[in-house]
Design a protein around this ligand. Structure first.
Ligand code: HAM
Length: 414
């Protein structure tokens, strides 16, 4: 057998610098979400297939084409999670969280799996940071949820970010609107692109996204869902917008905003970035007041979002690109001193500082070159005549008692 085995299509390895970016993202997410009362949750990487079929919706692309489904043992069909909302709702029910003070706020940072055509910003295994607030229909929860994602993107210096929001009303409003839109599209068929005509039955809302000029002209007069909302849904949406206005959060109302998952009701939103290509969605979410019922619970309103970690990092400008500084590099003049060097580096690390030593069998000269390359602040050189300590910033070198190295490298910072 020959030939090198590569990572599967649509997956990637996380290497040094990217790992640092991810850690920075995780740190900001934890701080921002936990300050707002969100607790961490992690659910299994796979669930019974029915959870997604019922939760996400049989007619969605995700369920129809993109799930990794396999036989999970005992004849049970399982699916690698394509998203996190249905699993979190399953956990909410399974652990009786409806008995806790509502809303229950949960956040996650996990990997998800979709068999999509890979391209820039689109992977088959990708990570999402997500937040779900379950058990309240208060518009303030919607506004807070949206603001938290805005805050996270801002903390990471994400460039060219824009927020669009809309409301889908109830499933009944949407069904009636869909029929009305289909009738409008059929009446204007001759002005629409073939692609849009072909999707009138399956997905009429996509007509608003068409980039065909004549279609766009025809769509300008099409009925809008926002104009068909019930009084209560409209008030809810206006209350969300008013709260975003009150804190100065910029947004565009988009009455053609469609999301790829079936469970949404009322508020929907999406953050996009000009810094991304065709896959411009940095994160999005919305209300899913019917989802918990769909998966066997009682009526429980909820809202949340998820944001793609890869896409956040592609647009972020403030994530660190360098590892934490190296306080000490320990070099030794001959092999017999290796154990002492090893002990010194271990002691310094145990005291909470970054220390390394040469492990590749290099000469003293090679070790010093390594220390320089690693950007060490100090180098301790263990020789027959004792330990000498070099300050790599000033170039000053002095002989020190070997037990005092730690003292010397911390003293200068005082
Ligand atoms: P979604 O819009 O399907 O929503 O995904 C959310 C985000 O995940 C997208 O905006 C994008 O940044 C990222 N994403 C999705 N698919 C991929 C992919 N194949 N490769 C890279 N990134 C991707 C949800 O998943 C909902 N569960 C969000 C939600 C939470 N709604 C309510 N609560």
């Amino acid at each position: 057998m020959s030939g090198r085995i590569q990572a599967p299509r649509g997956t990637y390895d996380v290497l040094g610098e990217q790992a640092l970016g991810r850690e920075a993202l995780a740190g900001h997410a934890r701080r921002i979400l936990e300050h707002a009362g969100y607790e961490r949750i992690e659910t299994p990487a796979f669930e019974v297939t029915e959870l997604f079929a019922r939760g996400v919706g049989e007619s969605t692309d995700v369920v129809q084409k993109e799930m990794y489904t396999l036989e999970g043992g005992e004849g049970q069909s399982i699916t690698l999670r394509p998203e996190g909302t249905a699993p979190v709702c399953r956990a909410y029910l399974e652990h009786g969280m409806h008995k806790l003070p509502q809303p229950v706020k949960l956040w996650y940072l996990s990997s998800f799996f979709r068999r999509e055509r890979p391209q820039k910003g689109r992977f088959r295994q990708f990570w999402q940071v997500g937040a779900e607030a379950i058990g309240s229909d208060d518009p303030a929860v919607d506004a807070e949820s949206i603001l938290l994602l805005a805050e996270l993107l801002e903390a990471l210096g994400c460039r060219g970010v824009r927020l669009r929001i809309g409301s889908l009303g109830t499933p009944a409003t949407r069904r009636a609107y869909r029929s009305e839109l289909q009738a409008y599209l059929r009446a204007h068929e001759s002005e629409l692109s073939d692609e849009v005509v072909a999707r009138i039955d399956l997905n009429p809302l996509r007509a608003f996204d068409s980039d065909d000029a004549e279609t766009q002209r025809a769509m300008a007069g099409a009925p809008r869902l926002l104009e068909r909302l019930s009084g209560e849904d409209r008030e809810h949406f206006e209350a969300v917008c008013a709260m975003l206005d009150a804190v100065g959060q910029a947004y565009d109302v988009d009455d053609t905003l469609v999301r790829g998952l079936d469970y949404y009701t009322r508020t929907v939103f999406e953050f996009t970035s000009d810094a991304l290509g065709a896959q411009s969605g940095v994160g999005g979410g919305g209300r899913y007041d019917g989802l918990i019922e769909q998966i066997g619970g009682s009526h429980t309103p909820a809202i949340g979002w998820a944001s793609g970690v890869e896409r956040i990092l592609m647009t972020a400008s403030t994530v660190p690109a360098a590892p934490p500084p190296l306080d000490l590099f320990v070099a030794y003049a001959k092999p017999e001193l290796r154990a002492s060097a090893f002990r010194l580096a271990a002691d310094v690390r145990r005291a909470g500082r970054a220390a390394r030593l040469e492990l590749g069998g290099r000469s003293l000269k090679g070790q010093l070159k390594q220390a320089d390359r690693a950007g060490a602040r100090y180098v301790a050189i263990l020789g027959d005549e004792g330990t000498s300590l070099k300050d790599m910033e000033t170039g000053a070198q002095q002989t020190v008692e070997s037990g005092t190295v730690m003292h010397h490298i911390t003293r200068t910072e005082l």
